[in-house]
Unconditional design. Structure first.
Length: 257
């Protein structure tokens, strides 16, 4: 399955395979981070991520290993777990090892090439260990940023438009589970990879909805093979516009496979 193609970062906000992220608005000297060697963080250009406070990553995922604070939990191949290391969408060895982590928010350092299904399995395993606060790390120029995320509950919440951004290797769609802002088959916004996916268009559509409907959580659903680079680009776009206007900072994740 070919990766989602997003054209180069231009003034128009259209994104590319290897985006060169612009610096965040803050001009402070970036803090030093003890990032795990071999992990290439996603590069983001949107302002929808938070400045990270310099804590050491708790869980790291490179294309070759899953680690907790430098200790290898499992080897990986191209960011994928072996079938025998996964049970009911969870990683038992990670769940057990996570008991050693402190309570509170965990920072997750996931390589930009790692597939989305691995991210969801990591978070599912941490939640099973009672660790349910997570933030994904990314880079914006020389700065390290973060975005808090959570897994979506099986039962959708009541009320609101229940907005969804679904992402595949070929397409991005914006719709709502209530149908108030389009449906999966007839979305509010649809962009094809072949013609380029402009995340400014996504943010602008969300800004228009936000002006009418106000705050709420937004669900990001991705095919399991979509790379983390694409995931963080979309998360940044749904959390704030390019000029920093807040949109939907509460991001929940789900997968279709």
């Amino acid at each position: 399955m070919r990766m989602l193609a997003i054209a180069a970062i231009l003034a128009s906000g259209v994104f590319a395979d290897a985006p060169a992220a612009s610096a965040p608005r803050s001009q402070e000297v970036p803090m030093q981070h003890d990032l795990t060697p071999g992990v290439e963080l996603p590069q983001v250009a949107f302002t929808g991520l938070d400045a990270e406070d310099g804590t050491i990553p708790d869980v790291s995922v490179s294309p070759t290993a899953l680690t907790i604070r430098g200790d290898v939990v499992l080897p990986l191949v191209d960011g994928e777990l072996a079938a025998g290391d996964v049970e009911d969408g969870m990683i038992p060895r990670l769940r057990d090892a996570a008991a050693s982590l402190p309570a509170g928010r965990l920072t997750l350092q996931i390589d930009r090439r790692v597939p989305y299904r691995t991210l969801v399995r990591v978070i599912h395993s941490l939640r099973a260990a009672g660790r349910d606060q997570h933030a994904l790390l990314a880079r914006a120029g020389a700065h390290v940023m973060s975005a808090p995320v959570a897994l979506a509950d099986a039962t959708p919440p009541r009320g609101g438009a229940q907005l969804v951004v679904s992402l595949t290797s070929d397409e991005l769609r914006l719709w709502s589970r209530t149908g108030a802002e389009g449906t999966r088959d007839h979305p509010k916004l649809a962009m094809q990879a072949a013609s380029g996916i402009d995340l400014n268009d996504l943010a602008n559509a969300l800004a228009e909805i936000h002006a009418r409907r106000g705050d709420g959580a937004i669900l990001v659903i991705a095919d399991g093979g979509v790379a983390m680079q694409r995931t963080l680009e979309v998360i940044g776009a749904v959390r704030a516009t390019a000029d920093g206007t807040p949109l939907y900072p509460e991001v929940q994740l789900a997968t279709v496979d």
